[in-house]
Ligand binder design. Structure first.
Ligand code: GDP
Ligand code: GDP
Length: 449
């Protein structure tokens, strides 16, 4: 059964080789220069979260005279795309859409092969406008991606899957790759907004609701401790918790200058996703890190939103500062999503809700044991566990026991002697390679009986 074929196309320097290498991984050594196939065409067997396919890259044209590039590239790429089940069209989100991208898009639009547009180099904020630009290519929604950092792999997986799955007897495993479970995974998004006093929580909630419902809402049904408000965001229900602290604040204006730890805890208990709101005029403070730690400790998905972005001074350095302080202060979860919003103007709020839905999916996701162990074998091969006192720790396999949050069990002998740093290595790898960015991931160790 031949593998389905995926072609990578795009102008030079957009990151095609980087993507190719990421998908082919270690098997790059096996990349074959098939006789009869043009020397410039690189092919390899790729896996992405358990999906297996043959990938064809049209790299190698970078050396050509740029003047003649479009013509040459078109002939080569047309052949590759014509043979493929689906094509990945890369653009550089940092550079934006260039004339050459447009001319490639023009002929791709006429091709019979389905095309998935990918806005590469989209890590951080520098790619934002390029991603929006990429919609103009007329090839559907672009996937924000970073080949270099491995961001967007789950979205790519989701986009590829319909084209690559075959209805043969061997293939059904892929159907189980991503499953949601737990209580009503598609039910209302249970969202809580926490943060220091004056970060802008009330303003944000009112802005989300589009009116002063929170402050003026009917008293009936409001419990002493909290009030939940449900509304539809683009046809999807969102249920937001407002704690007593917020409610009282709205009523008694300034009496309330602190959000108590108990209020925060109540919000966290209720929520699937917690947004920690920071104040751009103050940056990240110790109390914020403490709240973030509390959220992760409870196993909730966490998003950091820097509010009052409209009045931020030196936004890039503020953003970098927050990012750096988070990675340092919350070493257990690298890569937390950080968004910027203005509750006052409404900017960034749609993206915030969108990101909340997305991280809930990741938080609820299940990775099959087969896929997990394909990853696991590579991870322990790349960095074998230590041998304390000369005795090898033998790690056998990994399984995902729970979702919401994702929890894994690692089986092996002498695992009680496994250093914490090695457990971290595996957890970070799972988060990075299997699409759990910013989600608390748990792992317990167990020796076979
Ligand atoms: P190709 O010519 O399309 O095959 O592009 P390459 O894969 O050779 O990448 C071109 C340059 O872009 C290299 O310097 C890569 O390191 C860089 N690059 C590739 N992917 C990313 C990415 O996701 N983010 C950033 N910032 N740079 C990237
Ligand atoms: P809470 O204590 O976290 O609920 O904060 P509030 O919603 O009461 O906001 C505190 C102050 O910050 C108020 O004066 C708001 O008008 C102001 N504020 C909230 N969001 C923004 C914003 O996005 N930009 C600016 N410039 N001010 C904001």
């Amino acid at each position: 059964m031949p593998l389905p074929i995926v072609a990578i196309v795009g102008r030079p320097n957009v990151g095609k080789s980087t993507l190719f290498n990421r998908l082919v991984g270690k098997r790059l050594a096996l990349v074959d220069d098939m006789p009869g196939v043009t020397r410039d065409r690189r092919e390899g067997d790729a896996t992405l979260l358990g999906l297996e396919f043959r990938i064809v890259d049209t790299a190698g044209f970078e050396d050509e005279d740029p003047d003649t590039l479009p013509g040459r590239m078109r002939a080569q790429s047309e052949a590759a795309v014509g043979d493929a089940d689906v094509a990945l069209f890369l653009i550089d989100a940092r550079a934006g859409v260039m004339p050459l991208d447009q001319s490639i898009a023009r002929w791709l639009r006429q091709s019979d092969t389905p095309v998935i547009p990918i806005a590469n180099k989209a890590e951080g904020k520098a790619g934002e406008s390029g991603i929006i630009d990429a919609y103009s290519l007329g090839l559907g929604d672009p996937i924000p991606f970073s080949a270099e950092h491995g961001e967007g792999l789950v979205d790519l997986f989701e986009a590829l899957r319909p084209y690559l799955e075959r209805e043969d007897e061997d293939g059904p495993e892929e159907d189980d790759e991503i499953l949601l479970e737990g209580d009503e995974p598609d039910g209302p998004l249970k969202l809580a907004i926490v943060g220091r006093p004056n970060a802008g929580k009330s303003t944000l909630i009112n802005r989300m609701l589009g009116e002063d419902r929170l402050i003026t809402g009917p008293e009936a049904g409001i419990t002493r401790d909290s009030i939940a408000v449900e509304w539809m965001w683009k046809d999807r229900p969102v249920r937001l918790i407002d704690t007593a602290g917020l409610r009282r604040k709205a009523k008694v204006e300034d009496k309330l200058e602190k959000l108590s730890a108990a209020d925060t805890q109540r919000s966290i208990d209720f929520a699937e996703v917690v947004v920690l709101l920071l104040d751009a005029t103050r940056g990240l403070e110790a109390q914020d890190l403490r709240i973030a730690g509390q959220v992760l400790e409870e196993g909730r998905a966490l998003i950091i939103a820097i509010n009052k972005w409209d009045v931020a001074e030196n936004p890039p350095s503020l953003f970098q500062g927050v990012r750096g302080a988070l990675d340092e202060g919350l070493a257990q979860v690298k890569g937390l999503p950080v968004l910027t919003v203005s509750a006052e103007t409404g900017r960034g709020i749609d993206q915030l809700i969108e990101a909340s839905f997305k991280i809930r999916d990741e938080w609820s996701k299940r990775i099959s044991t087969g896929q997990l162990n394909r990853w696991f074998e590579k991870a322990i091969e790349a960095n074998p566990p230590p041998a304390p006192g000369g005795k090898r720790i033998k790690l056998r396999y990994l399984t995902q026991a729970r979702t919401r949050p994702p929890s894994f069990i690692l089986f092996g002998t002498r695992v009680d002697q496994l250093p914490e740093s090695y457990r971290r290595y595996l957890i970070n790898g799972i988060r990075r390679d299997l699409g759990f960015a910013g989600v608390p991931v748990r792992m317990t160790l167990r020796a076979p009986k």
